[in-house]
Design a protein around this ligand. Sequence first.
Ligand code: NAD
Length: 297
Amino acid sequence: MAKIGFIGLGNMGGPMAANLVKAGHEVTVFDLSQAALDHAVEAGAAAAASAQVAAADKECVITMLPAGQHVEAVYLGEDGLMNSLSRQTLVIDSSTIAPETARKVAAVAAEKGITFLDAPVSGGVGGAKAGTLTFICGGDDAGFERARPILDGMGKNIFHAGDHGAGQVAKICNNMLLAILMSGTCEALALGVKNGLDPAVLSEIMKQSSGGNWALNVYNPWPGVMDGVPASRDYEGGFLVNLMNKDLGLAFDNAIKNQAAIPMGALARNLFSLHAVKGNGTLDFSSIQRLFLEDSQ
Ligand code: NAD
């Protein structure tokens, strides 16, 4: 079992760190929020007074931070971890950030002889709690093999997408497709209901037909059609519109840099931006359904 430093104990990082404790690892944690630290201590982790202290003398350091600027600050900032970590440390960043930010941190790590892996996740807060996340890794083979037994404690599917940054590219592609699928599903449901169809009946028909997709299978956006999903609790919890917007922004920036055409992704980005501007940023992303209703906010 490994000594692990875990930094960033939010909706995702909190349960992920708790699962590492359950898997038998010795976990030292840090977060700017005292409440988040207290929760992790209740789950069996040891609290540290700073990121540097949490990361000191550990075999592995994991970060789960909101966005690229936080990751850069923690690793490359004035007191950044890249100045204090030992060469033996395996560094895993599971935040969703731009591929070039991941490559920038990886390049500094390589100069210092430190192994770095970008390992963003899919599966949401439910997957983080259940320990069933999908990890999408970018880095070299040796780093990936070192990380696998640790990631096993938090996830079910562990993929190696390619070299540094490849995990972030795959994650961005996946979430762009998810945004397109969710918006399309909402549009189709709204059209059917406008024609007098029952949304549950229409959902079942499309699920069993060529329009079937993940949103219809496990995350139906129409209130009351499926139990236990955000749509059935006023879109509370789940994967926030603001986070989806962040990921679609990453896809957009990436497409511009690579001169790739993403007309559907760009449309989805604009739909989710409009939805956020209307005050829905902290609702689950399936609330985009409301944009297709006449009394939408
Ligand atoms: P969150 O905002 O709930 O948690 C982030 C945590 O990082 C907070 O507790 C914050 O206090 C802490 N933090 C920020 N700066 C820090 C610093 N310098 N030092 C220590 N702690 C710091 O976010 P989240 O929902 O847990 O998401 C984390 C990452 O995972 C994001 O990149 C997100 O895009 C990605 N993600 C989220 C989901 C989801 O469903 N929430 C799913 C997949 C991926």
